[in-house]
Design a protein around this ligand. Structure first.
Ligand code: OOB
Length: 549
């Protein structure tokens, strides 16, 4: 395909489903899509505030001017390797200033980073490489006892297309990232960028099968960062802490690092999200905003009881990624930060936020409302028909920053989109139609997160919500275990705050609460902690595997 644009010389757009032209026009006319390439977020901030700290980690910091210059050098190094505009490159660096340099170096060179998370291993990376046709990967040497170079050696052995392995740190048999960058060279010429083409590929957070690749265009991703920063009332005085893996949509652009750049604010990275490490950094750099998954939010809130240094500079903690009960929300709000924003988002696009200044009930009981006036939400029943206002159903979404198809995934796309282009989220929600919560969304579960026990269909989330109201229960997951008689039986995996309850005590508690009688655990498994996914959400698949072993 020849478009005359510098950045679409390769086979990048093969298997990319663009926005339909009529909707693209609408988003341009509404001013959401501005034709700015993603790198302009950095370039513009560097012009406005060259000497302001852009990125900070435990090892040091770079001002905006320094980050822009360093990204230019990185882009030169990338081009020097023969990586062309449109080529895909796996990026898997830990939270650090070096992550930001590599990210912008790739973007600046017109390469398309595939945003891997540090917890991904051979299965995921091999899959990302195969689907994306990546020509290179940028990895750390070894972190936390895991040697990424050994993984890379396995990956490249049977993938001739994956030509370059660039290592941040001791390169072993591969190329050294810092030597390449210091090698200098002229950054590639800035040509016109087709801002409706993919700028990066995010990975899906689904818990079944391997993650899928999500193309995010320059237009839709710049809009994500700008509108999320507005929804969180970001100003140039804010300091954002990246505590979740930096390549995940949430800390990258919702508002995250890129949102901070839209107002030339500072981003601090921590590769260690423990309360001890994070609170010290928050205090040192006077961090004002951060984004956390539920499990981490609860841990930080609890740690306020014992940590000597408290995160008193925080004005807003965003919590999202998985369902949070009202009790959990209150717990976090009471202890951790004067402001809480629930965020219901997805790498596929669609973002809902509760906003600073919202009534407490909205913040505690809902996951907020869309960031864009042009986000279209449809709530449907099993037959695909829209439910009455305020009723529960599956959420379908379409809008100025929601994908139109996974990358190179025709089969998944046939399942995941309605004929008129709505993405089927698989999330069960209700949108409040009246009263003080009107217009806000409540996520009530995943449509497939049910247990088929005997003839009954039991919602795992409903049972978890009941369990979490018990003061002795810290966290809980309801999962299905195979059973010869019932088909599936209900297992409650529970982390207790102190002495574990017995199954009989737990069921007596559920009786007292008036929980429906068929939604009673058949098995209770006390656990010291629940297994988590690469971004830190409770991993139910892993619980079932662990229990089956
Ligand atoms: C975020 O993105 P992903 O792609 O890792 O996961 C998306 C899925 C959603 O479809 C939903 O099932 C779940 O995670 N989810 C929530 C939630 N936020 C996300 N479920 C219940 N309550 C919430 N507040 O997780 C993500 C992306 C951007 C910003 C924030 C989170």
């Amino acid at each position: 395909m020849s478009t005359g644009f510098q950045h679409v010389q390769s086979d990048l757009v093969e298997g990319f489903v663009p926005f339909p032209e009529d909707r693209a026009e609408e988003y341009r006319r509404a001013g959401y899509w501005t034709g700015r390439p993603l790198e302009s977020l950095l370039i513009d901030a560097a012009e406005r505030r060259p000497h302001h700290p852009a990125v900070v980690d435990v090892d040091g910091s770079l001002t905006y001017a320094e980050l822009a210059a360093r990204a230019d050098r990185a882009a030169a190094a990338i081009a020097g390797l023969g990586i062309r505009p449109g080529d895909r490159v796996l990026l898997q660096l830990p939270n650090s200033v070096r992550f930001a340099v590599a990210f912008f170096g790739l973007i600046r060179a017109g390469a398309v980073p595939v945003m891997c998370l540090p917890g991904h291993r051979t299965a995921e990376l091999g899959h990302f490489a195969d689907v994306s046709g990546a020509v290179a990967m940028v990895i750390p040497d070894a972190v936390g006892g895991f040697d990424y170079r050994e993984m890379a050696a396995q990956l490249v052995a049977d993938r001739p297309a994956l030509r370059h392995v660039v290592v941040d740190g001791d390169p072993g048999p591969f190329q050294s990232w810092s030597t390449l960058i210091d090698g200098g060279g002229q950054p590639p010429q800035r040509g016109p960028v087709d801002t409706s083409a993919p700028a990066l590929l995010l990975v899906s957070g689904g818990t079944t099968g391997l993650p899928k690749l999500i193309p995010r265009t320059h237009d839709d991703y710049v809009y994500t960062a700008v509108s999320s920063a507005e929804a969180c009332h970001f100003t140039s005085d804010d300091v954002y802490l990246v505590a979740l893996p930096a390549g995940h949509n949430f800390p990258l652009a919702c508002p995250g690092m890129l949102g901070a750049m839209t107002v030339a604010a500072t981003t601090v990275f921590t590769a260690d999200p423990s309360p001890e490490a994070a609170f010290a950094l928050i205090d040192k750099h006077k961090v004002t905003v951060t984004g956390l998954v539920n499990a981490l939010g609860k841990l930080w809130a609890q740690a306020c009881d014992w940590e000597p240094v408290l995160p008193t500079s925080l004005r807003l903690v965003q919590v999202g990624g998985s369902r949070m009960s009202p009790e959990e929300a209150r717990f976090i709000l009471d202890r951790l930060s004067p402001g809480l924003s629930q965020i219901f988002g997805m790498a596929e696009g669609m973002l809902n936020f509760t906003r600073p200044g919202d009534p407490v009930d909205v913040v505690v009981h809902t996951q907020g409302r869309p960031v864009s006036p042009h986000d279209e939400m449809r709530v449907v029943d099993e037959s695909g028909a829209e439910v009455a206002p305020g009723e529960e159903g599956e959420l379908l979404v379409r809008g100025p920053y929601t994908l139109n198809g996974y990358y190179r995934a025709d089969e998944a796309n046939a399942r995941s989109f309605s004929p008129d282009g709505f993405y089927r989220t698989g999330d069960r929600v209700r949108i409040f139609a009246e009263g003080p919560l009107a217009g806000n969304v409540e996520v009530t579960g995943r449509i497939k997160d049910v247990i088929h026990r005997g003839g009954e269909t039991v919602s795992a989330t409903d049972l978890e919500d009941h369990l979490l109201t018990h003061p002795g229960i810290y966290s809980a997951a309801a999962v299905a275990l195979p059973d010869d008689y019932l088909g599936e039986k209900i297992c409650a995996a529970v982390v207790f705050r102190g002495k574990p309850l017995t199954l009989a005590e737990l069921n007596a508690f559920l009786d007292e609460r008036g929980a429906s009688t068929h939604a009673r655990p058949d098995v209770l498994v006390p656990m010291p902690s629940l297994p988590l996914t690469a971004v830190g959400k409770v991993d139910k698949k892993k619980i079932v595997t662990q229990l089956s072993e």
